[in-house]
Every structure is written in C-alpha cells, then in structure tokens.
Design a protein around this ligand. Sequence first.
Ligand SMILES: NC(=O)c1ccc[n+]([C@@H]2O[C@H](COP(=O)([O-])OP(=O)(O)OC[C@H]3O[C@@H](n4cnc5c(N)ncnc54)[C@H](OP(=O)(O)O)[C@@H]3O)[C@@H](O)[C@H]2O)c1
Length: 350
Amino acid sequence: MLKKLRVGILGATGTVGQRFVQLLAEHPWFEVTALAASERSTGRTYREAVRWKLESPIPEDIGKMSVLEPKPNLDCQIIFSALDSSVAGPIEEEFARAGYAVFSNAKNHRMDEDVPILIPEVNPEHLKLIELQRAQRRWKGFIVTNGNCSTITLCMALAPLERDFGIERVLATTMQAVSGAGYPGVPSLDILGNLIPNIDGEEEKIERETKKIFGALCDKKIEPHPMTVSATTTRVAVLDGHSESVSVKLRRAASLSEIKESFRGYSSLPQELKLPTAPVHPIVLREEADRPQPRLDAHAEKGMATVVGRVRNCSVLDYKFVVLGHNTLRGAAGAAVLDAELLVAQGFWK
Ligand SMILES: NC(=O)c1ccc[n+]([C@@H]2O[C@H](COP(=O)([O-])OP(=O)(O)OC[C@H]3O[C@@H](n4cnc5c(N)ncnc54)[C@H](OP(=O)(O)O)[C@@H]3O)[C@@H](O)[C@H]2O)c1
C-alpha cells in the first residue's frame, strides 16, 4: 500500500482509546490524523488530556495533536470508536451517515439487524450486511462492531470446535480484569482482595452476541445460531486479561485428542491474508496444569492470541477448558484494527 489511510479515534483518551493510539502509531496501513473525546479533553493536546496508563510512552507525534470534538468533520476516512456507551450510539451514526467507515467497540449498535458483529476469523461473510445497512439507512458510510470483550474471547475458543464438531450448548463463567471497566473503573476498595459476582448487562451480551456471531447470513439478515449459551460474569483483581471457565456440549462425538488438535490447528482468513494485526496462531493451546494466567499469557502474540488451557472431560457437558483473552487488545482495540484491515484486504478503499 503506497499511501496510508487516514484514521480518527473517538474516545482516544480512554482505556481502549489509548490502546488504539499504541497500535496505530506504527501501523503499516493506517495513519492517525484525528483524535476526539469529551468536553473535558477538547482543546488540549493529547498529552495534556490523556491519563496515559500503558507501559510504552505516548507516541511523540500523537502526543502533540489536539483533541477535537467527536463531530463528523474530522480529517480522516476511517473512525475507530472507543466512546463510552452513554454517548456512542448517536455519534457513531452521525459519522456513518456522513460517509465515514466506523469500527465500534461500544455495545449500542451490536444487535442492530443490519450491523455485523465482526470477528474476522469467525464470520467474515457477515460483512455483506454493510451493503444492506447503507441502502436501508441511506448512509454513505457504515458501522461495523466488535463483540463485547468476553464474547470475543469465548467465540475465538468456540470457533474451532464449531467448525470441526458443531456446538450445542455452552456454559461460561468469566473472571474479568479491572481494565475492562474503563478508567477509573471499579473503586480499589471494592475490588482489592475480592471478586464481584456480577457485571451489569454483561451476561446477556455474551449470550446474545455469541449466537449472532455464529449465526447464518440468510435473506439479508442473521439467523442466530441455535446453540444455547449460559453465562455468569465476575470481576476480579486482575489488571488486563479476561479468563473464562467454559464447558461445551458438542453436536458430534469427539475424543479429547481431537479437541486439542482442533484448537492447535485452528487458522482462518486473517492468517491466510497475513493481516498486519492478525496473530500467527489465533489459538495458543497450553498443556501445563496452571495455565493460562493473565499475567503470563495475556500478551501472547502481542495480545491478539486467545490462550486455551486445562482442556479436559466434563461430566455434565462434553468438555471443559479455561480460555484467556486480552480485553483491550483482542477484546477491543486490536479487534477493531483487525476488522478494518480485513476490509482493506478485501479492496474496500481501492
Ligand atoms: N475496557 C475494555 O476492556 C473494553 C473492551 C471492549 C469494549 N469496551 C467498550 O469501549 C468503550 C470505551 O471503553 P473504555 O474502557 O475505554 O472507557 P473509558 O476509559 O471510560 O473511556 C471512555 C472514553 O469516552 C470518552 N467520552 C466520555 N463521555 C464522552 C462524551 N460525552 N463525549 C465524547 N467522548 C466522551 C472519554 O473522553 P474523556 O477522557 O475526555 O472523558 C474517553 O475517551 C465503551 O463503550 C466500552 O464498553 C471496553
């Protein structure tokens, strides 16, 4: 690609926004040309406005950029949205109406019938909804969403099993990191030395979004997958990386070694296309009894791999395992960047 595509980040100062800045600063196809956030930040340089929480320094050039209002007059073609869901819905629509390609992390549009929840490894064919969305809404641009961070991790682990054996039922219990709640997020006095056995709205998101992601595109809409999904969501005192304990009932009988082989051998379209942000191994299978662990494994393949371990028989369903995904990388900013890369590779901006 000769000329980089110009991208803007909405909610650039937040937890996910900072990950976008980190990932896009050195991106081979994209160049950050606009940053936007709330009134608190507008008019300040990014360095002044952001409460930077990442290990790497603020990229020099981006630190000097001004933070703008999230209005559809930004100098860019592509929008990565990390806006708080209290405001994301209408703002993202305005951008799409005005012709921008919007890749959103917010929950607001995920369940709209004409909006895909894209995981490039799992359901690239759902991108056909873009055409319908533009025609129905008379938009020049469009919205593509990411799943909820725990949904993405779960779906990545289910993808090889669905492809090789089919899935009938899923039980998932999450142990979610504090960075999943944004900044400043959960008060330290609530979470330190503790586990909170509920995250509002999260269980329904996992249950509905998973069925949509694995759903079949037919007659211009997505027919949800018939699998039954039951989720329990909890918050734990982990910084980054959502873990999930998962049990599955399969459609076709399989041996434990076939299940492990299915995880190990999984590869899909982003790997075939060698997209810049795609992990070489989308699933990393750990055989040790004490892995995956957030501190040791959340950054596998630059935080884009889904790490599976403790694969074993389940006496209630068929098999159970533990899965871990980095919530702000594979579960948010990295996922949206991969979505946009897929569209580039499919010739969308030629
Ligand atoms: N954290 C995760 O792991 C994760 C994973 C998947 C999806 N998500 C989703 O991603 C989005 C961002 O989450 P986050 O964790 O990054 O939240 P966050 O740290 O609270 O950041 C929120 C961002 O939204 C901006 N914002 C808030 N109110 C605004 C307004 N009225 N107008 C314009 N901008 C406004 C903030 O700007 P200021 O700094 O100027 O206030 C900030 O940049 C949410 O929709 C969340 O559900 C998060």
